[in-house]
Ligand binder design. Structure first.
Ligand SMILES: [Zn+2]
Length: 241
């Protein structure tokens, strides 16, 4: 395909704005509406080779402050963290999506491979825990046109982010991560963190984010679904909307 044709094809994809509104593109959610004075804190559970793989102090921190949050467990992570999955599912203000079965980069796979990667974790969550998940975060945030099509076919909504915390970087101290998140997060932001222990200071960062973003700035902590729905049920709408 020629370069120009390819470019026009992408333009066509970008112009297809689904019913959710202008903050989504081609079936991919990156943030909620700017009319919502809320923020979605999201936590990936990528598979880990060593360590506990579960940041229990972080989860306790979220529970203590009743911070609505969204988790994206991968199938391989679920396979080794049964008790942690049950713990997350038991918290009524936590939303659970999925993060691929083996944490593979989708564009490297055939369509059938993408279907397997997306379906695996969803089926695992349904068969072992009786939970239907509709939110899907692609591993590494990698996706292509095929991924959007497969997600649509599978009834999954791709969720990316608008603010990167950078929490897997061991060189970044907690105060720098928190300051950057607090500077960049605003109405409708989706922030990505990790809850698999590879976010080295995430619990500490969340304590800071709670104090400054939630208490001082008054942003409502919402799950991704609550945020995308416009946070109308959470009394967090910007006046005039
Ligand atoms: Zn991941």
């Amino acid at each position: 395909m020629s370069r120009r044709l390819l470019a026009s094809r992408w333009l066509a994809v970008l112009l297809v704005v689904p019913a959710l509104g202008a903050w989504t593109e081609a079936g991919v959610i990156r943030s909620g509406p700017s009319t919502c004075h809320g923020v979605a804190l999201t936590f990936d559970l990528c598979p880990v080779k060593e360590g506990s793989g579960f940041d229990e102090p972080l989860v306790q921190e979220l529970i203590t402050h009743r911070l609505h949050a969204t988790f994206f467990p991968s199938g391989r992570w679920m396979a080794t963290h049964d008790a942690a999955v049950r713990e997350l599912l038991a918290v009524p203000f936590f939303e659970i999506g999925t993060h691929g079965e083996e944490h593979k980069s989708l564009p490297t796979l055939t369509r059938a491979g993408q279907v397997r990667e997306m379906e695996g974790a969803v089926k695992r969550l349904a068969s072992q825990y009786g939970r239907k998940a509709v939110l899907f975060r692609p591993p590494y945030g990698d996706y292509n046109e095929e991924s959007v099509s497969v997600a649509h076919q599978e009834g999954l909504q791709i969720v990316l982010w608008s603010v990167v915390s950078g929490d897997p970087d061991p060189k970044l101290p907690a105060d720098r991560i928190a300051a950057e998140v607090e500077r960049r997060a605003h109405n409708g932001s989706i922030v990505i963190f990790h809850a698999n222990g590879r976010g080295w200071h995430t619990a500490e960062v969340i304590e800071d984010v709670y104090r400054h973003l939630i208490v001082e700035k008054g942003l409502a902590p919402l799950t991704v679904s609550e945020l995308v729905a416009g946070c109308a049920d959470h009394h967090a709408l910007v006046p005039g909307h």
